[in-house]
Design a protein around this ligand. Structure first.
Ligand code: EPZ
Length: 417
């Protein structure tokens, strides 16, 4: 298994380009299942999760053609196997996103239940409840979700909690349903809006995406389209945190701060200078960071996917801060690894009290999930001496060419096999 070896202590400087958003690309790849005409995508990130999803839809009969460096041409005219098998779903929970489109396009679907993952149980009951409200016959048997529907009917759905992929699955199911579907308590994440924009480009009738009430008027069929994937706001936030923690000054290109207000606010509170331009964002760190408390919540509040990265900042900031994780029940696994590097963190249920220390010292640590790994990279960049991060396959799921981008910013990092 690959590891990342980091020599800490160098402030990041320079500029790198941000890739397309993983969490926008994943549902949009599934949207290609909804129509027989080609869907052409650009700014698609090269990530393991994207490759996994492409393998998943290819085994269903979707033609996948690479188009240039970050383009894809998806042709699901040959879709003939509405099955998402366990051995593929178990490696990526987002596979559940094929359920809605397969049901809408084929009238049936067999999708392995995604196992839990490190950060939580992550049930899909809201996905199922919504599809049943639209008239689907859904039952779970032998670890698979079996769903059937001659034609889904528009329905009013109120999800019990805000669910990003739940909202996305139901939106995709609704675009070919008979009548209007209203999703209340819908997720407002920018990636949901990017999916809606792609569906509208394909001929869907959707209004309210980005608010908590999304209305979808079903149509007979969709048509081919071209869509650029939005920039990855979490990758953007991760590099901003790395620059802040290392006392550096960087500029990130092909991205925007438009979807990062909550994160930018916290970085400003920590003492950073931030300059926002049309499609770039620059950060200059202060001499000494101030510890900043935060509470994760659905968009537009502070994103849970940035919680681990900000904890790394608080480890080396002045003072104490409380981080409250309200979305997932087990998303502090990076804390024990940060403590190995010398951090002062006390966990109490879903609160972490972080007290800044004068310095972190390099050590061998283990990545446990995607964003926890990013947190360890940030800490390793700050720590004195060498940090070796094991199990970095977690990182490769969501960060394109991370060591290349970090080296471009002056970090002393290399991948060891
Ligand atoms: C999406 O996961 C993202 N993944 C996650 O990013 C992100 O952390 C999460 O949204 C929250 O923003 C993708 O978009 C592919 P949820 P998702 O459904 O949709 C509970 C990353 O690092 N829930 O919004 O699976 C659930 O357990 C990943 O890129 C139910 O109980 O998250 C959680 O507590 C990690 N029943 C809460 O809702 C359901 O049917 C929010 O989960 C659905 C969700």
């Amino acid at each position: 298994m690959d590891k990342l070896l980091i020599q800490g202590g160098t402030p990041l400087s320079g500029e790198v380009a941000i890739s397309g958003a993983k969490n926008a690309a994943l549902p949009i790849l599934c949207a290609s299942l909804l129509c027989a005409e080609p869907l052409r995508l650009s700014n698609v990130p090269h990530l393991n999760d994207i490759s996994t999803m492409l393998r998943l839809i290819a085994q269903m009969g979707v033609g996948v053609t690479l188009d240039g460096t970050d383009g894809l041409l998806l042709d699901s005219s040959g879709l003939n196997n509405p099955l998402a098998p366990y051995d593929m779903v178990k490696t990526m929970r987002a596979s559940i996103l094929v359920l809605g489109p397969l049901l809408a396009r084929c009238g049936e679907a067999r999708v392995s239940l995604p196992g839990g993952c490190a950060i939580g149980a992550r049930p899909v009951d809201q996905h199922i409840k919504g599809l049943q409200a639209m008239g689907a016959e859904v039952h779970v048997e032998n670890g698979y979700v079996h769903a059937k529907a001659t034609r889904l009917k528009g329905a009013r759905i109120v999800t019990d909690m805000v669910t990003v992929t739940g909202t996305e699955n139901l939106m995709m199911a609704a675009v070919l349903a008979d009548g209007e579907t209203v999703i209340e308590n819908a997720a407002r994440e920018p990636e949901v809006v990017d999916l809606a924009n792609c569906l509208v480009a394909m001929g869907a009738q959707i209004s309210g995406a980005g608010t908590d009430i999304v209305r979808i008027r079903g149509v007979e069929r969709l048509h081919g389209a071209t869509h650029p994937i939005m920039p990855d706001r979490i990758e953007t936030g991760t590099y901003l945190c790395a620059a802040a923690a290392t006392g550096g000054a960087i500029r990130l290109l092909k991205t925007s701060a438009a979807y990062l207000d909550a994160v930018v606010d916290k970085l400003l509170d920590a003492g950073c200078d931030i300059a926002v331009e049309r499609d770039s964002i620059a950060l200059k760190a202060p001499q000494k960071l101030k510890a900043v408390s935060l509470r994760t919540a659905p968009y537009p509040a502070f994103p849970t996917d940035m919680q681990a990265q900000f904890m790394a900042i608080n480890c080396v900031a002045e003072g104490s801060a409380v981080i409250r994780e309200t979305i997932f029940e087990n998303r502090f696994m990076h804390a024990v690894e940060l403590i190995r590097l010398g951090a002062d963190i006390r966990i109490d249920a879903n609160n972490a009290v972080v007290t800044g220390v004068a310095r972190l010292d390099g050590a061998t640590v283990m990545a446990t999930d995607l964003r926890a790994s990013a947190s360890l990279v940030i800490a390793g960049l700050v720590a004195q001496g060498e940090t070796l991060i094991e199990r970095i396959y977690h990182l490769d799921r969501g960060y394109e060419r991370i060591e290349e981008k970090l080296m471009k910013l002056g970090a002393l990092v290399k991948r060891v096999h």
